[in-house]
Every structure is written in C-alpha cells, then in structure tokens.
Design a protein around this ligand. Structure first.
Ligand code: NAD
Length: 287
C-alpha cells in the first residue's frame, strides 16, 4: 500500500483564503486583526520563522508589528514592551519567538502576555483551559494537526493514538487534543522502553521528536495515519542540507494509510493556525 499524502500546503491555502475573507469583513467593521511578534537575538532559524509569520499576516490582510531586540537586551525591556502591547487595542495577538537567550526566564516572559492575546497558547491559563477541555487558544502546531484529521474525515473516536514527544509546545497539547477527540492516547518520550511496541499499536501516530527519520516502517502499523511534526536539517549523506522530518518518509509511506510530508505537511499549518488564533482574538475583542 502507498499512503495517501496529507498536503499541508493545499490545506493551508484553503484555510488562509477563508481567514482573509473573515479579516476583511472584520476590517470593514473597523477592526483589523493585529499580531505583534517579538524576536530577541539573531538566531537565523528564529529570524526566518518571524519573517514568515509577518509575511503570512500581510498576505491575509492582517496588521503586524515586528519588534527586534539584540540578544543582550534586558528582560525588563521586553516585559515593558509586552505590557505596552497588552494595552494596545490595535494588537490582538502577541507572540514571543522562542527560544529566548539564556539570561531570560522564558516562563516569566510568556506569563506576562495577556491570556486574551496569547495566540501561541503557552500561557498557563490557556494551557489549563485546554486541559479542562475548554480551549481558548490551542498551540498552533497541534491545532494544525487537528485540521488534517478534520479535512481528511479521520474520526478519532476509539482509535489508538500514540504521540512521540512530550514538549509543552507540541507533544503534550497534541495528546490532550487527541484525547478530547475520543482517542485512547499514549505519550512516548525519551525514557519510554520499547518505543516500537507502542508505535506498532497506533492507528494514529504523531512524531514530534526532533530526530531525522527516526520513525521507520517497521515501527508503523499497516494503514496508520502518520503525522510528522519534525523539522530537521540533514547534516551529512547525499541529502546534506535538506530538510527532513522525524519519519522516514520513503519507507513509512509504503506501510501507512496516510502521511504528512516534510516539507509541505505540518509546517505550513503551524503559521496558518497562528493566523486562526489572531483572527479569533480580534473577533472576540468586538463581541
Ligand atoms: P523537544 O526537543 O522539546 O521535544 C522532543 C521530545 O522528543 C521530548 O519530549 C523527548 O522526550 C522526545 N524524545 C527524544 N528522544 C526520544 C527517543 N529516543 N524516543 C522517544 N522520544 C524521544 O522538541 P519539540 O519542540 O516538541 O519539537 C519536536 C520536533 O518538531 C522538532 O524537530 C521541531 O523542530 C519540530 N517542530 C515543528 C513545528 C512545525 O511547525 N512543524 C513546530 C514545533 C516543533
């Protein structure tokens, strides 16, 4: 069997067209969705992510502001900026690009964002709301994954779902969303014994590990839905310099029922759901 490819670019395009229409309708009533993105330091990957987020806002007719600080900026300067953005009615979403430099207390910075503007969904209040099954902002990457299930008509009720990775950004919220959709969920991580025992039982397998081609065909149940969250740059071999996921795509696609590619799978959906959360925040602000 060759797996059906779940195309993140196509899905992102469909959703973004809808968001643009909604943003223009809102703007016609006097509110343009606004996102502020704070970048500290010169990490090249972070700079690319921020640029892509701002560009996506522009394309969707959102207002956006990019605030860049040098790596040695004092935390208090950033906290004061967040306080200012919290009070700014033209800004509906605030995002601080992670990781922050070592002298920052990331938790303190994230907690400084007003929960109603926390479009990344990382504030403890929003994490708690998600845990309680009443999400207000869902972290963008797992939120994007749920859209693949919706679009492909994949019913999760009663399914065995396995998530590899337990980060606050991907693994944990992903597991919570799968649970809420009715799946029986297993979270695997770096201390899991016999990972393949778990993954081979999965009707739905989500890999969020950060290791290139880590999930191989022999770890996957025939017909499973495989979601590859990983973004890794290959260091050596014939494909050096290329991006790849946490899943060995060529091998796993021969076993799985459906699979997301890298690039072109989960990646484009993450920024799409940032737009969704910002739009939702703007719509809520006038309700
Ligand atoms: P992380 O480093 O915070 O977490 C990785 C997780 O993998 C950890 O919970 C760890 O326990 C687990 N792990 C490590 N080794 C393991 C092993 N041998 N067996 C089982 N589990 C193991 O990473 P993250 O922020 O969750 O990101 C994971 C991947 O997803 C990275 O490649 C990252 O670049 C990518 N990512 C992609 C997007 C996107 O938009 N597509 C967004 C966020 C993260």
């Amino acid at each position: 069997m060759t797996a059906r490819i779940l195309d993140g670019n196509a899905l992102a395009q469909t959703l973004r067209a809808d968001f643009k229409t909604r943003a223009e309708a809102l703007a016609a009533r006097g509110t343009r969705p606004g996102l502020a993105v704070i970048l500290v330091g010169e990490d090249p990957a972070s700079a690319v992510y921020v640029r892509n987020k701002v560009a996506a806002c522009e394309k969707a007719s959102f207002h956006s502001e990019k605030i860049v600080y040098p790596a040695d900026v004092a935390q208090d300067v950033v906290l004061a900026k967040i306080a200012e953005l919290n009070a700014n009615p033209a800004i509906h979403g605030i995002l601080v690009q992670l990781p922050l430099p070592a002298h920052f207390d990331s938790d303190r910075v994230l907690e400084a964002i007003a929960p109603a503007k926390d479009v990344d969904g990382f504030h403890a209040e929003n994490v708690g709301a998600l845990m309680q099954g009443q999400p207000r902002f869902i972290p963008c990457t797992p939120y994007g994954v749920t859209k693949f299930f919706e679009a492909a008509g994949i019913d999760l009720k009663g399914k065995e779902a396995v998530v590899i990775g337990r980060s606050n950004i991907v693994g944990k919220p992903m597991a919570m969303l799968l649970l809420q959709a009715g799946a029986t969920v297993t979270i695997c991580h770096s201390q899991t014994r016999d990972l393949a025992f778990h993954t081979k039982r999965a009707d739905v397998l989500v890999a969020a590990v950060g290791r290139p081609r880590f999930v191989t065909a022999d770890m996957v149940k025939p017909g499973a839905v495989v979601i590859d969250v990983g973004i890794n740059r290959l260091q050596d071999g014939p494909d050096a310099g290329k991006l790849c996921g946490d899943v060995d795509f060529d091998g796993v696609r021969e076993v799985a029922g459906a699979i997301t590619p890298v690039p072109g799978g989960v990646g484009p959906m993450t920024i799409t759901m940032l737009l969704a959360n910002t739009l939702e925040a703007a719509e809520r602000s006038v309700r």
